[in-house]
Each structure stands twice: as structure tokens, then as C-alpha cells.
Design a protein around this ligand. Structure first.
Ligand code: PEP
Ligand code: MG
Length: 579
């Protein structure tokens, strides 16, 4: 049994059999072609390009229908490569001048093409290199007759292990049989993570050499909650995880019955449960799980899933689509939270020494007003289509908040001058995810309509623990009394100033913290859709009085170990299956 720690990017646990994708580059030997046959080689090249374009166009249609336009954008980029005239001309020239085969010419030219991307030293473009390699493999497979490993039609349940999943592979996985995936490389913004979340299957990335250790047919466990993959688990571990998987499935089935019941304690204290999304298409599932609205729309994924900076219409289209799906339920649109681990094409050109402390999020937006305005215009235009609220991320000073609001006012004036309708009294809120904002919550509360506590970043910045670094993952703990103290104070100050406060970090979806957060006075939780039913069950099994007692006790502890131990005990008493 071997345990590998990576980054959990999509929740859930699965015990299944591995299919390891062949990641060997296709080696194309150089072969001389007689001058009389060169035209036939060029015809072969055009045929394979055309077939590929047709295949990808069909794929794009089905992917758009299944996952929405954002993911289909990945495929558009690949079609663009295949249609790139200068690239095709270079391949033709290579065939003629080198008197060689179409496949050899493709491999030579595409490698040079990929090298150009790699040299740009840009994280976002580095991701695009994978598309170039993917296109190369697809064309080569057609030319030399290799079949694509067919993950779209599988006969049995598997988990997919790969060095890195190619975008076209990830987007076409057979949802009925692919139960999870794990990759050697990747981070929170990789294609793998994006597609896994949209598919609702567990995934772990950043596992180093996993694909070299695992063989197809090996039993593996993928634990997307804890970012762990267990290879050849022993009987006891399999039983434990099967049990937790079974519990989860049973809980899901049982919990389906909760869908129409209110998130309310036994003594009538009502809580609002909302969902976090990255793509509009995720709304349907969130509602299906019982979300009463979207408490966090991470709009930076509009940038991360596309091969270009989205224009105002693309922003507007995504917001309009989301609102249509929500049918009047509230939508909190968080303005761009790019930077640090989430880069755009041209923003990563000059790497920063401490990107999490650098030009990220609202800071980046205030440094690029045209980009910021473009998004705000789209949000304001969409504000007449439903219940839209704006939220600014990573605010650390009052001046930043005021500047952001000024830009928003400018946008409103511009729209007014243009005769475009919008909702002038749109609620404006901010995330509390930096200790300075939490400590000054009293002052901030006078200038916004709501707070949402981003416990992922608040924990990272309070404890000085990089949330993406597996080496210090053990130190990342929102149960640390310092973090809890900040959360308690923000909730209190929000209440004192009559503004609503929610938590939208991962903590909100962890059943372990439900009693505590409720007891601290939190009335709105926003979490990933699949977590909603379980949190609702805890709320429905307790009283607000009990939750308050739990919170009082927790706040008297001085270590996270005591907190975790006590919360586990108390939660098990009311819901033994939850933790
Ligand atoms: C957070 O920091 O808790 C949060 C919700 O924002 P993100 O995870 O997108 O940084
Ligand atoms: Mg954050």
C-alpha cells in the first residue's frame, strides 16, 4: 500500500480500478518519400487535418451541451491551431523540402510551435502548450492509424490516472464509468480541476510521479476531500473507504429527501444555504442539491477556461445564463480574483516573488481599470435580469474598497449616459479574507451591504500558511483559535451594523464546523453544491441553543486540537455519519 499526497481539487471518495493513460510521446521516425509521392503526403495531411477539425467541431457541440460554453472554449483553441494557415504552410514546406512523411513533418513543426509557448514563461500559456501537444497527438494518431484511448465508451467503472489529462480527453470522459481522476501535475486552475468539478467526480492533482507508480488494473482510492491517492490499499483501508463511499452515497440518497425541507433547526432557527460555482452550468446541480442561491460565483474561471481575455459580451452572456438558470434566486458575483495561483494570459509575464502577497485579486483589478470596468459593465447590464449582488474579493484597506466603489459608480454613469438600464441600488459586498479586513470589520460594515468570509484565504493569511503548498498542509487549519476569533468578531460586527454575513470558504461546507458557525451567529453558508444536503441535515438535527453552547465552549479552547476533538464529539452525537 502506498499513499500519495496531492491537491484535492474536486470532492468525493472513490475506490476503483486504475486505467493509466499512456503518456509516452509518439516517436515518429524520419522516412524519405520519393518526389512523385510528395503530393499524396500533402493530401494525406489535409485529410487528417480536416477529419480532426470535424471531430473537434462535433465534440465542441456535445461539450457545450453538457458542460457549457466555458469548457468548449478549450476546444475552440485547438480548432484554431488546426486552422492556423501559417502552421499548415510550414508543415507543407517541411514535407516538400525535407522530402519526408506528413507525420514526421507534423511532429517537427508542432514541436517548434510548442517550444514558442513554453519559452514565454507564462503559466497560462504553459497550460496552452498541452493543447498544442494534444492537437499534435490527435493529428498523428489519424496519420499513423493509432486509435485514441477511448475514454468515452468504457465497459466498467474506472479511475483515470495520467501524467496530465489532455483537455480533449478530460472533456470527453464517459461520465457513467469514469469515477475519478488523479494526475502527476496540475494545480487548482488546471483543466483537470475545472472539468472534474463540472463533472462532480473526485480528483486529486499535483501527485508527482503517480502515473509511473500505478499500473492499469491496480486498485486505487482517490480521496478528493483530503487530496490523497492510495495505491494497492490493504483490505482494511479499502473497507474503510468503501464504507465512507457507501455512507456518502446513502447519505446522498437519504439527503435527496431533504431537498424540499427548510434548512431550519428543531427550534425554528432558519439558515440560508447557498452554493459556490465556477461555471454557469453548475447552477442546475446546485439547485438540485437544495441551494437557495449562489453565494459565490468565481468569475475568474471565465478567463482561466478560455484561450483569450473574455470581452464584455462574453461576461454578460455568462451572467445572463447563470441568472436564467437561477430563476429569481440570488446570485453573488465576485469580481475577478485573478493572480497568485490563478493567472491570465498576459498578467503572468513577470513572475512575482510572493504572488499570494502580490498583485492579485482586487489589487490587479485596480491596476487594470479597463479590464475591471469591462466586467462591472457586464454585471450591471445583467443586474436587471435577476437578483444580482456584487462582491469585491481580497479587500485589505478601506481605500481599496472606496476605489472599487468609485469605479463601479463611473460604470453606472457611463451606462446611464448610454441609456442602458441597470439596477442602481445593487447590493455591494466584500469578502473578508485578509486579517486587516477582519480586524477593521466595524469600519467596513458601514460601507457595504454584506460580508462574506473567505476562510480559505483568511486561514492562509492569518496563520502564514500557503494554502497550495502540500509541505505545510498540516498547518492549514481554520479551527485555529486565532482564525475562529476573527470569524466570531466579523459575524458580531456584521450583526451590530445590520448587514448580512456569510462564510463562503471550504469551512462552510464541512459538517464538522456547522454547529460552531451557526452558534457564532452565522445565518448564511455558501459551499460547493454536493456539501449542502449533509450540512442541512446537521442543522435540522439540532437546536440553536445547543449550537450556541458548542460555540461558547469552542471559544474557550486555546488549541486547534481541542477544537477539532470537541467538534467531532459534538457533531457525532447528533449525526454519527457526518464526520
Ligand atoms: C476563500 O478564500 O475562502 C474563498 C472563498 O475564495 P477562493 O477560494 O476563491 O480564494
Ligand atoms: Mg479567496
Amino acid at each position: 500500500m502506498e499513499i500519495k499526497k496531492g491537491i484535492g481539487v474536486s470532492p468525493g471518495v472513490v475506490v476503483s480500478t486504475a486505467v493509466v493513460l499512456d503518456t509516452e510521446d509518439l516517436v515518429i521516425p524520419r522516412r524519405q518519400v520519393a518526389p512523385a509521392e510528395l503530393d499524396a503526403e500533402i493530401a494525406r495531411l489535409h485529410r487528417s487535418l480536416l477529419e480532426n477539425i470535424e471531430h473537434l467541431t462535433r465534440l465542441r457541440e456535445s461539450v457545450t451541451a453538457r458542460y457549457g460554453r466555458d469548457i468548449a472554449g478549450i476546444i475552440d483553441f485547438q480548432i484554431g491551431i488546426l486552422k492556423d494557415k501559417s502552421l499548415v504552410e510550414q508543415v507543407m514546406a517541411e514535407i516538400r523540402n525535407g522530402k519526408t512523411t506528413a507525420e514526421y513533418a507534423v511532429s517537427q513543426v508542432m514541436r517548434k510551435y510548442a517550444a514558442i509557448f513554453t519559452q514565454m514563461k507564462d503559466n497560462y500559456l504553459a497550460e496552452r502548450v498541452k493543447d498544442v501537444h494534444d492537437v499534435e497527438r490527435q493529428v498523428l494518431r489519424r496519420l499513423i492509424g493509432h486509435k485514441h484511448h477511448d475514454l468515452a465508451h468504457l465497459a466498467e467503472d474506472v479511475v483515470v490516472i495520467a501524467h496530465d489529462l489532455m483537455p480533449s480527453q478530460a472533456a470527453t470522459l464517459d461520465k457513467a464509468h469514469v469515477k475519478g481522476f488523479a494526475t502527476d501535475v496540475g494545480g487548482r486552475t488546471s483543466h483537470t480541476a475545472i472539468v472534474a468539478r463540472a463533472m462532480g467526480i473526485p480528483a486529486v492533482v499535483g501527485l508527482g510521479d503517480l502515473s509511473q507508480i500505478v499500473s492499469s488494473g491496480d486498485p486505487v482510492i482517490i480521496d478528493g476531500y483530503h487530496g490523497v491517492v492510495i495505491i494497492n490499499p490493504d483490505e482494511q483501508t479499502i473497507t474503510e473507504h468503501r464504507e465512507s463511499e457507501r455512507r456518502r452515497l446513502k447519505v446522498e440518497t437519504d439527503l435527496a429527501g431533504l431537498l424540499d425541507l427548510p434548512a431550519q433547526t428543531l427550534d425554528g432557527y432558519a439558515v440560508c444555504l447557498q452554493a459556490n460555482i465556477e461555471f454557469p452550468a453548475e447552477v442546475d446541480d446546485a439547485i438540485h442539491r437544495g441551494a437557495s442561491g449562489i453565494g459565490l460565483y468565481r468569475t475568474e474561471y471565465l478567463y482561466l477556461a478560455a484561450d483569450h481575455e473574455p470581452d464584455e459580451e462574453e461576461h454578460y452572456g455568462a451572467y445572463a445564463d447563470t441568472l436564467l438558470r437561477l430563476k429569481g434566486r440570488p446570485l453573488v458575483i465576485r469580481t475577478l480574483d485573478l493572480g497568485a495561483d490563478k493567472y491570465t494570459q498576459n498578467k503572468a509575464a513577470s513572475p512575482e516573488r510572493n504572488p499570494f502577497l502580490g498583485d492579485r485579486s482586487i489589487r490587479m483589478c485596480l491596476h487594470d481599470i479597463p479590464m475591471f470596468k469591462l466586467q462591472l459593465r457586464a454585471i450591471m447590464r445583467a443586474s436587471v435580469l435577476g437578483d444580482v449582488r456584487i462582491m469585491f474579493p481580497m479587500i485589505s484597506t478601506l481605500m481599496e474598497l472606496r476605489q472599487a466603489r468609485m469605479v463601479l459608480n463611473d460604470v453606472m454613469e457611463e451606462l446611464e449616459d448610454e441609456g442602458v438600464s441597470f439596477r442602481r441600488d445593487i447590493p455591494v459586498g466584500m469578502m473578508i479574507e485578509v486579517p486587516s479586513a477582519a480586524l477593521m470589520a466595524e469600519k467596513f460594515a458601514k460601507e457595504v451591504n454584506f460580508f462574506s468570509i473567505g476562510t480559505n484565504d483568511l486561514t492562509q493569511y492569518t496563520l502564514a500558511v500557503d494554502r497550495t503548498n502540500e509541505k505545510v498542509a498540516g498547518l492549514f487549519c481554520p479551527a485555529h483559535p486565532a482564525v475562529l476569533g476573527l470569524i466570531r468578531d466579523v459575524i458580531r460586527k456584521g450583526a451590530r451594523n445590520s448587514i448580512s454575513v456569510s462564510v463562503c470558504g471550504e469551512m462552510a461546507g464541512e459538517p464538522l464546523y456547522t454547529l460552531l458557525l451557526m452558534g457564532l451567529g452565522l445565518a448564511t453558508f455558501s459551499m460547493s453544491g454536493p456539501d449542502i444536503p449533509e450540512v442541512k441535515r446537521i442543522i435540522r438535527s439540532t437546536t440553536i441553543e445547543h449550537a450556541r453552547q458548542v460555540a461558547r465552549r469552542v471559544m474557550s479552547f486555546d488549541s486547534e486540537r481541542q477544537v477539532l476533538h470537541y467538534l467531532r464529539e459534538e457533531t457525532r452525537k447528533i449525526d454519527p455519519e457526518a464526520v
